[in-house]
Design a protein. Sequence first.
Length: 172
Amino acid sequence: MPLLQAALLSIFPALVIVGALRDATSYTIPNWISAALILAFFPTAFALGLTPQAIGAQAGVGAIALVMGMVMFALGWIGGGDAKLFAAAGLWLGWPAFATYLLVTGVAGGALAMGLLALRSMWVRPYVLSGPAWVGRLATPGENVPYGVAIAVGALAAFPASALMAAFPGVS
């Protein structure tokens, strides 16, 4: 059973990393990534023995994250794929890991924006334009910020403090 639980738990980091990579390279996070996270959460929670009340609390945090993501999308701060990934990760993380998730995602987003400003500067940009097309796009002034990268950093940083990880045998 611990092997199955470990395999189910590995879905979360794998999918948020895939989401970050897709966002960085194409400025899109496919819907299947967020849908797979949501669908995989429930068998993972049951396999780890979370109570229905704990699963409901996790779902509540996911709903709060969805509303937050929708507001950020409506304000033009993030894209629709980012909002969905943000909510799906919130479902997996629950409380109190969600607080860490918010903090680290915000700091990572700021660092990402600063890095992109440097990459898009007249001093660095000419050197990256000969690389892959997706790097050139990241270096394009005025282009969006692939915020899925910051979401993934925050999610991965908070995951060890989640109720799912706490329920995994051998993790304290």
